[in-house]
Write a protein that binds this ligand. Structure first.
Ligand SMILES: C[S@@+](CC[C@H](N)C(=O)[O-])C[C@H]1O[C@@H](n2cnc3c(N)ncnc32)[C@H](O)[C@@H]1O
Length: 409
């Protein structure tokens, strides 16, 4: 709450200003430049080419090969900066596994089959999902796993979890066998993933993609940029509309502040094309809104809100996913279900029955953590309502889906 107040004040500051390039916030002193390699990199880039869009800033901070946030350490769990649903309870991944298995059966068990996960983090979600697949999939099913992951460090953690190795040559191998027998391969983008029927999964992936931020002023739409002035990073407003503001803002937009992720549109287009040409089913899970929220760009460090311009590379940067934008991209190209609240999806998928079953054989300590995990995933004031599920199917399945709608929605 405190951060929100500061951030709002920041915005009032630069949006009420009559100057074209109004200064918003100052938070990071030049003394820290020596300590923060990424800040130095950003300063040099800004001095050479001018203020950066928030999208370029996010990309550099999260994915810079030498010191980007995701590139060098394990950021998940109680010792990291945030915790995600698969890390909270095995039930989460198991129910998603049952969902995918069920939907695959419904479309006639096409093979070869691929599970394609975008941004798999520690690999926990796929681990729980494959436990389900290995139990139910008919023996000999041609299933391969494809991870779209840019972080070499996280690739190692994923290999350790699923393949019990973290050697670089293992990860660079064509296909590395997982402990479930199904082979796994890593990719930097969807382009190198083979063209086969795929189950596409993105959990807390789209919120990590770069966003552009725009503000409506009396002088029209301006873009919020990141500048380096007086020894610190600062938000500023563009002098005039930018190419991004001219291209991306919907002429009917009625909010006065919007965040748009063009990379989300590009990746969705690739997925939709694959689904149309090779067949597939997509499940997108993330925190987000339906085109109603305005300023959601924020940073986390040690499970606390953090100034997004402070200590770049040492804290997570994220923005709520705009599900109305996803639906707009998929309109007429896919059959869309959702978004529905996480609590509703998990309830419809039988979380209560699964929990009861696990409790029967759990120790008192495990029972306690199963119950607290359930509460965190389901409670409306924790993750139950903030997180949404959205599914996409190829248009050719429209009639069949009318007859047999997907479970969970
Ligand atoms: C917030 S984490 C979510 C991890 C995991 N899905 C979970 O829920 O626990 C974001 C993941 O996306 C990856 N990532 C971020 N941007 C990416 C990009 N442009 N391409 C591929 N992976 C990316 C990160 O390295 C990380 O694995």
């Amino acid at each position: 709450m405190k951060f929100r107040a500061v951030f709002n004040r920041m915005h009032r500051l630069f949006f009420s200003s009559k100057q074209d390039l109004a200064i918003a916030t100052c938070s990071f002193h030049s003394d820290n430049i020596e300590e923060n390699k990424l800040l130095n990199q950003l300063r040099i880039r800004i001095e050479a080419t001018g203020p950066l869009s928030v999208a370029d800033y996010m990309k550099e901070v999260l994915l810079s090969p030498s010191s980007g946030y995701y590139m060098k350490k394990d950021v998940f769990g109680s010792h990291g900066d945030f915790i995600t649903s698969p890390e909270i309870s095995q039930v989460f991944g198991e129910l998603i596994g049952i969902w995918f298995y069920n939907e695959w059966l419904k479309v006639g068990k096409p093979q070869p089959l691929q599970l394609v996960e975008f941004g798999p983090g520690r690999g926990t979600l796929t681990d729980d999902l494959l436990r389900v697949f290995s139990k139910f999939m008919p023996h000999g099913t041609q299933l391969s796993i494809h991870f779209i992951e840019v972080s070499p460090h996280l690739r190692k953690l994923q290999a350790l979890k699923l393949c019990s190795t973290d050697t670089e040559e293992g990860i660079e191998n064509d296909l590395l066998p997982t402990k479930y027998g199904f082979p796994l391969k890593w990719h930097s983008s969807l382009e190198s993933v083979p063209e086969n029927f795929s189950l596409f999964l993105a959990h807390e992936f789209f919120d990590a993609l770069p966003i552009h931020k725009f503000q409506k002023t009396t002088d029209g739409w301006k873009e919020i940029l990141v500048d380096y002035r007086g020894g610190q990073l600062q938000f500023v407003l563009s002098r005039s509309p930018t190419p991004a503001s001219k291209l991306l803002i919907d002429p009917n937009e009625n909010r006065d502040h919007v965040e748009i992720s063009p990379e989300t549109g590009v990746i969705l287009d690739q997925v939709l094309k694959r689904m149309k040409e090779d067949g597939g089913i997509s499940l997108i899970v993330d925190y987000g809104h339906q085109g109603t929220k305005t300023d959601t760009f924020r940073s986390f460090q040690g499970h606390k809100l953090h100034d997004p311009l402070e200590k770049p590379g040492e804290a997570d940067l994220t923005a709520d996913v705009d599900f109305s934008f996803i639906k707009k991209c998929a309109k007429n190209k896919a059959v869309i279900f959702g978004p529905v609240n996480q609590a509703d999806f998990l309830k419809n998928m039988g979380i209560d029955v699964r929990l009861e079953k696990l409790m029967e054989s759990a120790t008192p300590e495990d029972q306690k953590s199963l119950k607290s995990g359930y509460k965190m995933l389901m409670s409306p004031d924790e993750m139950g309502e903030r997180f949404k599920f959205l599914a996409l199917y190829p248009v050719v399945l429209k009639d069949r889906l009318r007859k047999y709608p997907p479970a969970g929605f």
